[in-house]
Design a protein around this ligand. Structure first.
Ligand SMILES: Nc1ncnc2c1ncn2[C@@H]1O[C@H](COP(=O)(O)OP(=O)(O)O)[C@@H](O)[C@H]1O
Ligand SMILES: [Mg+2]
Length: 459
């Protein structure tokens, strides 16, 4: 607001000073022109009356005195021997004057000088012989500019009053305008403040200005995203608790039923203990997967990037999974189109691809096949994992990367899935700035394709 008032007042001050200065200059100039014109008439008369040689002319004396009185100044008439023929102040009459101005005037230039400090104008006008065009004398006038100064003082006073008035008007205007202009923004911040204390689901709306509307919209969008995040976090926590509790519940049931019975045969004990051990394994698996996922949720700065031979890496993964495939009599094939080396985090990519191949084996049919292939261009390497398995229903395709999502809960559980595998895979691939895609047809098979840059792209 202060700035506003400054912006309003400063031009006023500049304007005032500018106008007064130029008024003074103009007034002085005008005065000088008027006086020299009058002096020209006088100089003609002086020549005609031959006053320079005979200074007793009543007419000229009266004229000179009258003009001096009118100008409130002093007039001297000087002849070509620099003798002062007439001085209205009488003081210098008959004496000789040698001044720069007078000499200049004899040489043909009129002079006019304004002494600002001493408040007077001094000017010279030549007396010319109309026949020979020779300068035969000079009229030297000095007059006070007090009346100009007086009017300037009056002007200044008026301007100051005007300026004060303007200042007050501008200040009040600035004050009110600032308050009016800022109000909607205060409303925005109040609305945000209110939301901070209260509930996240509400929306703010301040549509006074386009700007405040834009701020409101951006804020609401951000709140929306926060809500999505918050919802998914809550869902994750409740899923985690549920998943971790399931094996515990089973163990509790198994243990309780053993406790409740008397004289339990050893075989039953053993059977139940095997079941309990299985549940412990499952609990372990869930916890391991969760830990892997949490690690992947951290920033990409945690990646441990090295140059890795991808062919070797895939062969190692397949070698590890071959026994599981053999159990279900599934053919596991690897096809490589070229040798590939890339800058990756070996542990994380291994985890990602292992999950895909594991799924392809797990969700397969007896005597089925799994084909893994590797290819590359100048920028990316591509891994394809195709199977002849049960496939994924179309409506599930968009959910398979969600944590804990399983198409067929009971079947998947039987197979030993946690529903975390694909979200681990996807996170790991995205951390490498890669992409993953799935094509699937129910009871025909599924194909996952993964694309990862050969050179690691840091953020
Ligand atoms: N190759 C595949 N063929 C058929 N279904 C699959 C395949 N891969 C994943 N799925 C489905 O996607 C779900 C999620 O997979 P994933 O996240 O790895 O969890 P899970 O622990 O169950 O393997 C699986 O439960 C399964 O229903
Ligand atoms: Mg899996």
């Amino acid at each position: 607001m202060l700035v506003l008032s400054f912006v309003g007042i400063v031009p006023g001050v500049l304007l005032k000073n500018g106008i007064i200065d130029s008024y003074e200059d103009r007034a002085v100039l005008q005065r000088s022109i008027d006086v020299s014109n009058q002096c020209k008439i006088l100089s003609n008369q002086i020549y005609t009356y031959g006053y320079l040689t005979d200074s007793y002319s009543e007419v000229i004396n009266a004229e000179v005195e009258q003009l001096a009185g009118m100008l409130d100044g002093r007039i001297m008439v000087i002849d070509n021997t620099f003798k002062i023929v007439k001085d209205t102040y009488v003081l210098e009459q008959g004496k000789t004057i040698v001044s720069e101005e007078v000499i200049k005037c004899f040489k043909g230039t009129n002079t006019s000088k304004y002494m600002k400090k001493d408040n007077y104008i001094s000017l010279t006008v030549p007396i010319t012989d109309t026949i020979t065009k020779e300068t035969i004398g000079v009229i030297l006038v000095s007059m006070s500019t007090d009346n100009i100064k007086d009017s300037i003082v009056i002007l200044q006073q008026k301007a100051t009053v005007l300026q004060l008035g303007m200042g007050i008007v501008i200040l009040t205007l600035a004050f009110y305008l600032a308050r009016i202009l800022v109000k909607p923004f205060a409303r925005v911040s109040n609305a945000i403040e209110a939301l901070n204390e209260g509930y996240i689901n509400e929306k703010i709306s301040v549509s006074d200005y386009t700007e405040t509307e834009l701020i409101s919209d951006a804020f609401n969008k951000m709140m929306g995203r926060m809500k999505v995040l918050d919802d998914s976090r809550q869902e994750f926590v409740s899923n985690v608790s549920h998943e971790l509790k399931t094996p515990l519940t089973s163990m509790k049931v198994l243990a309780d039923s053993l406790i409740a019975q008397e004289d339990v045969p050893t075989e039953l004990y053993k059977e139940f203990m095997v079941d309990i051990a299985e549940e412990i394994d499952r609990e372990n698996k869930i916890i391991n997967d969760l830990l892997a996922l949490v690690k992947l949720d951290k920033t990409a700065a945690d990646l441990n990037i090295t140059t890795v031979n991808i062919n070797g890496l895939l062969e190692l993964i397949l070698k590890r999974l071959r026994p599981i495939a053999a159990k279900q009599n599934i053919e596991l094939l690897f096809e490589s189109f070229r040798p590939v080396t890339a800058e990756i985090d070996e542990v994380k990519i291994t985890l990602a691809i292992s999950n895909l191949v594991e799924n392809a084996i797990k969700y397969n049919t007896e005597n089925g096949w799994v084909h893994v292939s590797l290819n590359a261009d100048h920028k990316y390497f591509y891994i394809k994992v195709a199977d002849s398995g049960i496939g994924i229903p179309e409506e599930s395709l968009e959910h398979i990367y969600e944590r804990f999502y399983r198409v067929d809960k009971s079947h998947s559980r039987e197979i030993g899935g946690t529903g975390l595998g694909l979200s681990i895979t996807r996170n790991a691939i995205l951390m490498h700035r890669g992409a993953i895609k799935v094509y699937s047809k129910e009871s025909e098979g599924t194909t996952f394709t993964v694309r990862v840059p050969l050179n690691y792209i840091s953020q």
